[in-house]
Design a protein around this ligand. Structure first.
Ligand code: NAI
Ligand code: MG
Length: 357
């Protein structure tokens, strides 16, 4: 039979992005060979380095160039000397918005061999997914400032919640929960203080419950929800939040599961009208870039999310299992996890584990 082939646009970006993305590619290649499919990679040098040479993070037709691929695999962008809003608004935000990647998905799982900053937690007690609305909500450009520099100075920023936008992120979260063992969705709200958009969010959550009667639910105000993440991480299965609340929860979540060096993320266009984009949670880490000591696990786990999205579910599971096997051995853990391994040693342990499975 003809092997399935997937074409992947890779954007390693800056700093350790360029060190960990190739590791993720080699690990994905190893499971592809095992599970009988092929990956074709096209590399794009879009980065702050490119910005400094050309004045643009990506070419003008950049979005068109990546549209033709099945998925995008991105390291991190950002580098000292280039303001962070340039790398964000010149690359990440246009990709997420123009490719309609409206669901930002971050799994939070305590892996075997990793210790949580929360005391005495076992892996089965921390296993949930944060789903963040990724294209509307509080992060809007509508608003303005008046009377600058005077005692009457005013700043106004509008939040935008649409029925279509809220319903589709609810559908994504509930569908995800339906495919999991616990089938539970918790919604982040603040309808006691934010009296227009958040009651609307709650109404659309109620409507979603009726569409998914088999899924259990809970609803918390964002303030107490952050406390529950720390005190009761075992309560959560799928957590859905607006752009702002989801942003906060999706950094807090990976923090309770150990190091930022292991946390994966995806920007999903669930309809498949455009390619989805997979990127580790961490940035370019200028403080350790070039030393060969970055933890490649986040990039490898991110590659597993990409394979899962492409429909190669078994290959994704193999990759995740290989990561956990590698982390069980202290000498294969990088320094951010309290080990001594460099990037190469961590990669070697992951590849060994893949071959052993
Ligand atoms: P960062 O995630 O790059 O680094 C934070 C700390 O975590 C540093 O001490 C770093 O050494 C450590 N760290 C991160 N990833 C690691 C890994 N894989 N292994 C071992 N240690 C790791 O966040 P920071 O310093 O706030 O940002 C640096 C640059 O990255 C900035 O320009 C920022 O804008 C950009 N950034 C880009 C993101 C993206 O492209 N999605 C996400 C976050 C930051
Ligand atoms: Mg964030």
């Amino acid at each position: 039979a003809q092997h399935k082939r997937y074409s992947i646009a890779t954007i390693p970006g800056d700093g350790i992005g360029k060190e960990v993305i190739p590791v993720g590619q080699r690990a994905a290649e190893a499971v592809a060979a095992k599970h009988g499919f092929a990956l074709e990679w096209t590399r794009f040098d879009w980065s702050c380095e490119r910005y400094e040479k050309t004045g643009r993070m990506m070419p003008e037709d950049g979005i068109e160039q990546v549209k033709a691929h099945d998925a995008i695999y991105l390291g991190a962008v950002g580098w000292p000397g280039v303001p962070d809003h340039v790398s964000l608004w010149g690359l990440l935000i246009p990709l997420r918005r123009e490719l309609d990647q409206y669901a930002n998905v971050r799994p939070v799982r305590l892996l075997r061999g990793v210790s949580s900053p929360l005391a005495n937690r076992r892996p089965e007690e921390i296993d949930f997914i944060v789903v963040r609305e990724n294209v509307e909500g509080e992060y809007s450009e509508i608003g303005g400032r008046l009377y600058r520099g005077t005692a009457d100075e005013v700043a106004v920023q509008e939040a935008v919640f649409t029925r279509r936008g809220v319903d589709r992120i609810m559908d994504y979260a509930f569908t995800l929960a339906r495919g999991r063992k616990r089938k539970h969705v918790a919604s982040a709200t603040k309808s006691n203080g934010i009296v227009h958009t958040m009651p609307f969010w709650d109404e659309r959550f109620e409507a979603a419950k009726k569409r998914f009667p088999d899924v259990e639910t809970a609803q918390y105000h964002i303030d107490i929800l952050t406390a529950h993440f720390v005190q009761h991480p075992d309560w959560f299965d799928v957590v859905v939040g607006s752009n702002l609340f989801g942003d906060i929860l999706s950094d807090l979540g990976p923090a309770v599961a150990g190091s930022i060096g292991i946390a994966p993320a995806a920007n999903i266009n669930p309809e498949g009208a455009y390619p989805s984009m997979f990127e580790p949670v961490h940035g370019s880490a200028p403080d350790i870039a070039g030393q060969g000591i970055a933890n490649p696990v986040a990039a490898v786990w991110t590659a597993a999310m990409m394979l899962d999205h492409l429909g190669e579910v078994q290959a994704a599971r193999t990759l995740e299992e290989a990561i956990e096997i590698s982390l069980e051995r202290p000498q294969s853990r990088t320094r951010d996890l309290g080990g001594t391994a460099d990037t190469k040693a961590s990669e070697a342990a992951i590849l060994d584990a893949i071959h052993s499975l």
